[in-house]
Design a protein around this ligand. Sequence first.
Ligand SMILES: [Zn+2]
Length: 182
Amino acid sequence: MEKKSDPQHLDVLAFARDAGHLQGEGALADWPRLAEEQHGDTLAAGAVLWQLTGRTLTPSGGADQIWLDLRASVRLPMQCQRCLTPVLDTVEAERSFRFVADEATAAALDDETEEDILVISRDFDALALVEDELILSLPLVPLHEVCPQAVPMSAVDPAFEEAAERPNPFGVLAGLKTGKPG
Ligand SMILES: [Zn+2]
């Protein structure tokens, strides 16, 4: 496979200069660090969907900049922190990275810009970056919008007491059966 079109061995410079675009999907199991975040086995995780776009940016009076735009999403079962049962949450990541020539440039820029800076590579694993970004995008406190099981109501609930006091219809039936025939 040509390097500039293999997301795990991406030639970042060529990809950006060609305004390259790649997208794909894969099973969660192929991203083991992300897969570790799933909870329970009652809900199935969705596929990991990802998109990569390369571009160059020429600031006025500056040299060409190399950028990579990343988007990714996955439906992941996590543990609801309210009811502790699994909740299927859509985790989405979207971030742009600027690539610079070397570590020294990256370190210098890191202090003066909010941009996410990475060092350029001709053999860059963009799918590992997808995994990193999805892990960073996980909700801190996963919650159902509405939890499936209501918290059990205690006996102070009048409806609950009423139900408890009502004679069991099967008990009534049993009483009729054992009653002496009229
Ligand atoms: Zn819940």
